[in-house]
Design a protein around this ligand. Structure first.
Ligand code: PGA
Length: 245
């Protein structure tokens, strides 16, 4: 694992966008999994701008969804699908056949999980996975206590996730379950980048980086990945023992 600490959120976002562009330039057929959430938003804005500016061809790239709130339609602006569509898929004009997201409205969610794992394996695995870290240390919807051996699965959401998750929605909403790639998918991804930003993440970032790797702190598994990077801004890194920018 490589740790990089940037002075600002903007610099972190520029670096993360550069990593994605690098992967796509190197492998135009790359399979990329991109998280929703507040943290990667600026990364995606920079990515879209630079992809256009430098004429980077995204037409052969496949995008895989990380997670979704069960029972929330993609038309809801708080859904992960809405976010990914708005910030990546529409601006880069990605073909619908290259987009593989969980259908969280399906009445057979187990089939959705099998379908997702099947698609990933048929495409030859995930080349780059870009994730965030939740206030409780989750990655995607891999909540504290989840087995590191699981691939795509349905999950009962942690209370912190259902509370914090309200920020994505215009009105208060009942969030109970999620569907998500598992930590086994993360372990099998060829490269993983985790982003964290802001003072509110500093305590969980410290735990992720300094506590023993364990299933009650899902994000800690990133440290065991052979090709992973953790990008932090100064605010999220300030509790670390070593936090030189
Ligand atoms: P955030 O979400 O980027 O909105 O903080 C991170 C997460 O829950 O994984």
């Amino acid at each position: 694992m490589e740790l990089k600490i940037f002075e600002t959120y903007e610099l972190l976002s520029e670096a993360a966008a550069k990593e994605i562009l690098f992967v796509v330039k190197k492998k135009p057929t790359a399979v990329i999994c991109l998280a929703g959430g507040d943290t990667p938003l600026r990364t995606y804005q920079i990515l879209v701008r630079q992809a256009k500016e430098y004429h980077i061809d995204f037409s052969k790239v496949h995008f895989v969804g990380l997670d979704e709130w069960i029972g929330i339609p993609s038309s809801n602006s708080g859904s992960c699908q809405f976010f990914i569509n708005k910030n990546i898929i529409a601006p880069l004009q990605i073909d619908a056949n290259h987009l593989h997201l969980f259908n969280a409205m399906s009445n057979d969610l187990e089939a959705e999980c099998r379908k997702m794992d099947g698609v990933i394996s048929k495409l030859g695995g995930i080349d780059l996975m870009l994730v965030g870290i939740g206030m409780n240390g989750h990655v995607g919807f891999n909540e504290p206590g989840i087995s590191f051996r699981l691939k795509s699965h349905v999950v009962e959401l942690d209370q912190i996730t259902t509370q914090v998750g309200q920020k994505y929605f215009k009105t208060e909403i009942e969030l109970k379950k999620g569907i998500t790639l598992g930590m086994q998918n993360l372990q099998e991804a060829k490269e993983v980048i985790l982003l964290a930003s802001g003072d509110k993440k500093s305590s969980i970032v410290k735990q992720m980086m300094e506590e023993e790797i364990n299933e009650y702190l899902p994000a800690s598994l990133i440290r065991a990945h052979a090709n992973s990077k953790v990008f932090l801004d100064g605010a999220s890194a300030h509790e670390l023992q070593t936090n030189d920018c």
